[in-house]
Write a protein that binds this ligand. Structure first.
Ligand SMILES: *[C@@H]1O[C@H](CO)[C@@H](O)[C@H](O)[C@H]1NC(C)=O
Ligand SMILES: *[C@@H]1O[C@H](CO)[C@@H](O)[C@H](O)[C@H]1NC(C)=O
Ligand SMILES: *[C@@H]1O[C@H](CO)[C@@H](O)[C@H](O)[C@H]1NC(C)=O
Ligand SMILES: *[C@@H]1O[C@H](CO)[C@@H](O)[C@H](O)[C@H]1NC(C)=O
Ligand SMILES: *[C@@H]1O[C@H](CO)[C@@H](O)[C@H](O)[C@H]1NC(C)=O
Ligand SMILES: *[C@@H]1O[C@H](CO)[C@@H](O)[C@H](O)[C@H]1NC(C)=O
Ligand SMILES: *[C@@H]1O[C@H](CO)[C@@H](O)[C@H](O)[C@H]1NC(C)=O
Ligand SMILES: *[C@@H]1O[C@H](CO)[C@@H](O)[C@H](O)[C@H]1NC(C)=O
Ligand SMILES: *[C@@H]1O[C@H](CO)[C@@H](O)[C@H](O)[C@H]1NC(C)=O
Ligand SMILES: *[C@@H]1O[C@H](CO)[C@@H](O)[C@H](O)[C@H]1NC(C)=O
Ligand SMILES: *[C@@H]1O[C@H](CO)[C@@H](O)[C@H](O)[C@H]1NC(C)=O
Ligand SMILES: *[C@@H]1O[C@H](CO)[C@@H](O)[C@H](O)[C@H]1NC(C)=O
Length: 775
């Protein structure tokens, strides 16, 4: 990507001081108007807003906050404020400097390197992290923001600086990774994905450079807080219950405690570094608590309309406003000069690229696209472009784009191969191969040394292709012959996998589920599946919506199938999804275009549409449906296939809970790189650590149904202990004679019964008279 296309659209506006502030502390004037003789001689009155004297701030505050705000509505409001704090932690409410970014900003996060005196800000609409050197001198001309890293998703990105070894870490909840970049080098390509396995949506981030610990929150199906070393080793989940949307984290080395703000629980809470002794410090209903920072005994917490200053011990808090017309304090960081001397284990360690601190030493890692040599210090080039890329094909070429195109559209392709009429592609990330099919044949090539080799010729009309990385077979469908074939690089022999199908297309292998899916054309489109050994062929989803279904894809983070439903007459397309068994079908997004392709990578969904021989790619975030970006692939003609290649995202490396719920009957909670099975309310984990059991009561109980979740429970009357019933339904009744519980399904269509221990379930004829009463 050309750097020139990213003009630095940042400027700085000076804050003027108001006379009232100077009365807050008597020596303010002096330090504010230090260098300039005219200012030094000025009185408080002279420095008042609107007077001719424009005293520029040249103070050397050694202690303060950098506070960032959401989009500011009026020109008076600024996006970034630098605010001094008094020795007892209380902010002096008028900023020493502030400025406004020229582009709109939805979220901003901030952290500082107190040794190098640099501030770093994440700017969501610029998809970038900016650096500002010498932030605390209040020297406006030096407060220049320059781009440090770009191509970051829009969203709740957090950043944290290791000011001992000078690295910056940030989360990207849509790319679902934690990134690290060296700040010791002026080369801004010194970054690497540090952690991406077993992450759903990493958001808040904090670190303790002295203890070499990294903390983050992961907003998955269950929100957790994890800790690892600064090199990502020794991952552990330290908080795994009662979290909703933990958007802010701060680590307090002094007290060995973690502070976190949960935007949905409306709380600021604390736990020790090992996750024990949890306490709620602040609870504010209808708030929007986002970021949190800690300095000595004080926490600073950003909310929609206030910045809370909280005593970290007893939770006493007061809210204050900074600046004018501010809507929401999104980020807060503390700068100070009380930096304890800490040994930088990276100093003189000799890493060629990036050095990460560990408690017992240092670790070298290489920037993206490079691998560590045997000396564990130097790095060698791995691959030119193909470590993480969006690959596309048009009528004549296969070309690639850097994966950051998903966050920030820049169409600057590098073409790697000439082909003719490519219709389908499949990626073998383990062996770094690519499969390419056109109407006459399927070819394969290594991605590192692109050269087409014939895999097999095809006789029918190819209508889909997918790679099984587990058994290393390639599957393809032919709609005219009604057949799905498979072959491998080793045999290059086409074998019939299934035949007699109704116009199969878009074959999709889920290697680790050992399942094959495809779309068929019966009376309308259907989704069908079979085991990978060809057994248990079935129709998974069928309903007459008179749309043509295409582009079947799988989203491993949601365990769901996604496909397009095209209405060509009305030029309209829906993005439809359902569970693997066809249940819970929803139509996610409807667009007034005919969409051709759909590809899913991490939190991104990509779709394409063609108009006048130009393809437009649309990018959606599946977690945050508001977020969408689009771009025209100008100069590439019609694009026939898009696929993502990510060498680090092998199908089964996403984590232990991603496949078949980690073997857990009810809840699979990620725990670092492993998992823990848990049970819902009313059940206990059995000895096998996977199944959930309850202890049915024979006597003296009450049956209750939880209508919103359709769960049913027995409540023991002598001690109100609760036991779950293993069935979903409403209006449970007990039949003491047969020792059976009887219930209805939601619309009363079926009546079921079973023994309290969960066995012997039967379905009664509809309309049966129910004469059961509470026991
Ligand atoms: C502020 O700090 C700079 C750099 O250390 C120094 O040159 C300058 O004299 C200081 N100004 C004041 C007013 O202390
Ligand atoms: C403020 O910045 C300007 C321009 O970078 C520099 O010349 C000047 O010395 C700085 N003043 C202080 C007090 O750091
Ligand atoms: C915070 O609370 C603790 C415990 O109540 C108290 O000792 C301390 O003085 C308070 N700190 C401030 C700055 O008020
Ligand atoms: C490099 O690291 C590996 C794994 O930690 C270790 O086995 C090996 O001895 C190290 N090599 C050198 C040269 O230090
Ligand atoms: C398929 O690709 C091969 C190799 O690029 C080419 O020779 C052949 O003509 C193509 N077939 C079609 C139908 O485009
Ligand atoms: C379409 O529906 C008709 C009548 O319901 C049925 O006989 C026929 O088999 C169906 N066609 C397919 C391809 O399923
Ligand atoms: C096919 O796979 C299913 C599921 O993995 C298994 O239950 C079944 O026994 C297999 N059948 C054959 C014939 O291998
Ligand atoms: C499906 O719906 C379309 C349009 O609503 C209708 O023409 C067609 O007959 C329907 N097919 C079946 C099998 O119900
Ligand atoms: C395919 O895309 C490449 C890269 O944009 C372009 O150079 C080439 O002309 C395109 N081919 C066609 C047939 O449009
Ligand atoms: C993927 O899973 C298989 C089977 O569980 C395992 O043997 C293999 O080592 C895994 N691969 C990676 C790269 O983790
Ligand atoms: C309630 O009854 C159960 C037996 O049904 C007994 O095991 C339990 O100890 C009783 N609890 C109390 C508080 O009496
Ligand atoms: C469940 O309860 C029924 C009736 O009380 C009993 O006949 C059956 O053996 C029980 N099954 C198990 C697995 O405990």
């Amino acid at each position: 990507m050309s750097v020139a296309s990213y003009a630095i659209l940042v400027f700085l506006t000076l804050a003027r001081y108001k006379a009232e502030i100077s009365t807050t502390t008597s020596n303010c004037m002096e330090s504010w108007c230090s260098d300039d003789q005219q200012c030094r001689d000025a009185t408080n009155e002279d420095c008042k807003d609107g007077t001719s004297l424009d005293c520029q701030c040249k103070s050397n505050y050694t202690r303060g906050l950098i506070v960032t705000c959401y989009e500011a509505y009026s020109d008076k409001a600024k996006h970034v404020y630098s605010v001094p704090i008094a020795q007892n932690g209380t902010p002096i409410p008028d900023p020493i400097w502030s400025h406004r970014f020229p582009t709109s900003v939805l979220t901003l996060r901030v952290d500082v390197d107190n040794i190098q005196q640099n501030a770093y800000i994440y700017h969501s609409t610029q998809h970038s992290i900016y650096k500002n050197p010498n932030y605390n001198y209040g020297n406006s001309t030096e407060n220049l923001w320059t781009i440090l890293s770009k191509g970051i998703s829009s969203g709740v990105v957090s950043l944290a600086v290791d000011w001992v070894s000078h690295n910056i870490y940030w989360t990207d909840p849509t790319f679902k990774w934690i990134m690290v970049q060296s700040l010791s080098s002026s080369d801004t390509s010194m970054f690497r994905v540090l952690i991406q396995e077993n992450l759903y949506r990493p958001q808040a981030l904090a670190l303790d450079p002295t203890d070499a610990l990294l903390f983050w929150s992961d907003i998955g199906r269950f929100t957790t807080i994890e800790v690892s070393s600064l090199s990502g080793r020794n991952r552990k989940t330290i908080v795994l219950s009662n979290l909703l949307r933990t958007n802010g984290l701060a680590a307090d080395h002094q007290g060995q405690r973690l502070y976190f703000a949960d935007t949905e629980r409306d709380t600021v809470e604390t736990v020790t570094y090992d996750g024990t002794d949890r306490k709620i410090l602040l609870a504010k209903s209808y708030s929007s608590l986002i970021d949190v920072a800690v300095y000595q005994d004080t926490l600073y917490v950003g909310d929609r309309s206030k910045l809370y200053v909280v005593n970290k011990t007893n939770g006493n808090a007061f809210g204050m406003e900074i600046g004018e017309d501010v809507y929401g304090y999104a980020g807060v960081a503390v700068f100070h000069d009380e930096v304890q001397p800490v040994t930088d284990r990276c100093q003189n360690y000799g890493c060629a690229h990036i050095c990460l601190t560990e408690l017992d030493g240092a670790t070298c890692i290489c920037k993206d696209g490079y691998h560590l040599n045997e000396d564990n210090k130097t790095c060698s080039f791995t691959s030119a472009y193909f470590h993480r890329a969006l690959v596309f094909s048009n009528a004549s070429r296969i070309c690639i784009l850097d994966i950051t195109v998903l966050a920030d559209f820049v169409f600057d392709p590098v073409c790697v191969l000439e082909t003719t009429g490519t219709k389908y592609m499949a990626m073998d990330t383990d062996q770094r191969n690519m499969f390419i099919a056109n109407d006459t044949a399927i070819y394969w090539t290594s991605v590192d040394n692109p050269k087409l080799q014939l895999l097999t010729e095809i006789s029918g009309s190819i209508s889909g292709m997918s790679w099984d990385g587990y058994d290393r077979n390639l599957y393809w469908a032919e709609d005219d012959t009604g057949t799905i074939y498979k072959t491998s690089i080793e045999t290059r022999e086409a074998k019939v996998f299934l035949d007699g199908l109704a116009k199969p297309r878009d074959v999709l292998i889920l290697p680790h589920h050992r399942l094959v899916y495809w779309i068929s054309e019966r009376n309308g489109s259907t989704i069908e599946s079979s085991n990978i050994n060809g057994t248990h062929q079935q129709i998974v989803l069928q309903y007459n919506d008179s749309l043509k279904w295409t582009s079947l894809s799988y989203n491993p983070y949601k365990y769901r199938l996604y496909f397009l439903g095209v209405n060509e007459d009305e030029e309209k397309t829906s993005i439809i999804s359902c569970n693997l068994d066809g249940s819970k079908r929803t139509s996610n997004v409807a667009m007034y275009y005919v969409l051709n392709m759909l590809e899913i990578y991490k939190g991104y969904t990509m779709v394409t549409s063609d108009e006048d021989e130009v393809t437009t790619i649309w990018f959606y975030s599946l977690d945050d449906i508001d977020y969408m970006t689009e771009g025209e692939c100008t100069g590439a003609g019609r694009i026939s296939v898009i696929k993502v290649f990510d060498e680090n995202n092998r199908q089964n490396e996403t984590g232990p809970c991603f496949i078949l719920n980690g073997g857990c009957e009810q809840i699979c909670m990620p725990n670092g790189m492993s998992k823990i099975c848990k049970c819902v309310f009313g059940f206990m984990l059995a000895e096998d650590g996977k199944t959930c059991i309850s202890d049915p009561v024979k006597d003296d109980f009450m049956l209750v149904g939880d209508v919103s979740h359709k769960n049913m429970y027995q409540i023991r009357l002598n001690d109100t202990s609760v036991q779950g019933i293993k069935a979903k339904g409403i209006k449970p009744r007990y039949d003491p004679i047969h020792d059976r519980v009887i219930w209805l399904t939601l619309f009363g269509k079926n009546v079921y019964s079973m023994y309290l221990n969960g066995t012997g379930q039967t379905c009664f004829p509809i309309g049966m008279y129910l004469d059961a009463s509470y026991n």
